[in-house]
Design a protein around this ligand. Structure first.
Ligand code: NDP
Length: 254
């Protein structure tokens, strides 16, 4: 058994999908959790479900000042963050670069890149001071393999991949682990968000394939956390068995 009773786990994007699953998993193991996200009503119902060991804070990771303020004003029982899960993120559009909306691209960059930087910059000094911590960044297989329609989303996740490795290198000598988890298809609201709220999009996208559940993915993250403190899982890439990467594409003149 991993003892998490002294842990405070700060999760971005805990109002849905994987973030909510991470919150449930760490609470069930006995940790205290700070759940954040933009949708207050979702946070309220998570608080009702998970009880006093969950602290909630409405937070947009794109808002640099709000991130600083949120981390600096946590109640004493939740102030000493030992696990940070940079999970908030999204894909919008999913079409060809030249046809998609520039505003959507900038939102992905603001959320998936700047959001990770804002939150890590606010949380890391406390971890360094206490010489204790584990930072999990949620990347994507889209940051490793090229997927048509992913030119901006995939690039933001490539940033997350390299940021993780470089941060880990810089933290050598501290007792702070840094891991990037790079999932393929996980059953969350991700596809619905990408399709601008079209609730039928998920079923069409995953038709006929078995995908990873958010709870299964939370098990994987928790496994990485439960490794002995001297063991750092650098990169964990996971796909459903029914998913693979693209072949090299060929255009033929007819
Ligand atoms: P969901 O859409 O289910 O959840 C995304 C979460 O991110 C929500 O809680 C949302 O909360 C939050 N979020 C989005 N924008 C912001 C913002 N500006 N500030 C704060 N929170 C924000 O998707 P997933 O659970 O799948 O996504 C989790 C992570 O996994 C993301 O980084 C995603 O890119 C990554 N991923 C997902 C894959 C999948 O197949 N599901 C595959 C590969 C990677 P709210 O709207 O309330 O703010």
């Amino acid at each position: 058994m991993t003892d998490v009773s002294n842990d405070v786990v700060f999760i971005t994007g805990a109002t849905a999908g994987m973030g909510a699953a991470f919150a449930r998993r760490f609470i069930s193991e006995g940790a205290r959790v700070v759940a954040t996200g933009r949708r207050a009503e979702r946070l309220d119902s998570l608080r009702q479900e998970l009880g006093d060991r969950l602290h909630t804070s409405v937070l947009d990771v794109c808002d640099r000042e709000a991130v600083q303020q949120c981390v600096a004003s946590l109640p004493p029982d939740f102030a000493e963050i030992s696990v940070l899960i940079n999970n908030a993120g999204l894909s919008l559009g999913g079409g060809k670069f030249q046809e998609d909306e520039l505003d959507d691209m900038l939102t992905m960059i603001d959320t998936n890149i700047k959001g990770v930087v804002h939150v890590t910059h606010a949380v890391l000094p406390g971890m360094i001071e206490r010489d204790r911590g584990h930072i999990f960044n949620i990347g994507s297989v889209g940051g490793v393999y090229n997927v048509p329609g992913n030119s901006i989303y995939g690039s933001t996740k490539s940033f997350v991949h390299m940021f993780t490795l470089d941060l880990r290198a810089e933290l050598l000598g501290h007792h702070i682990r840094v891991s990037v988890l790079e999932p393929g298809a996980v059953d969350t609201e991700f596809i619905e968000v990408r399709a601008r709220g079209d609730k039928t999009a998920r079923d069409r996208h995953y038709k006929g394939m078995r995908i990873i559940s958010a709870d299964e993915f939370a098990d994987i993250l928790f496994y990485a956390y439960s490794l002995p403190p001297h063991v750092n899982a650098n990169i964990i890439e996971v796909m459903p068995t029914d998913q693979n990467w693209n072949r090299v594409a060929i255009h033929r003149e007819t």
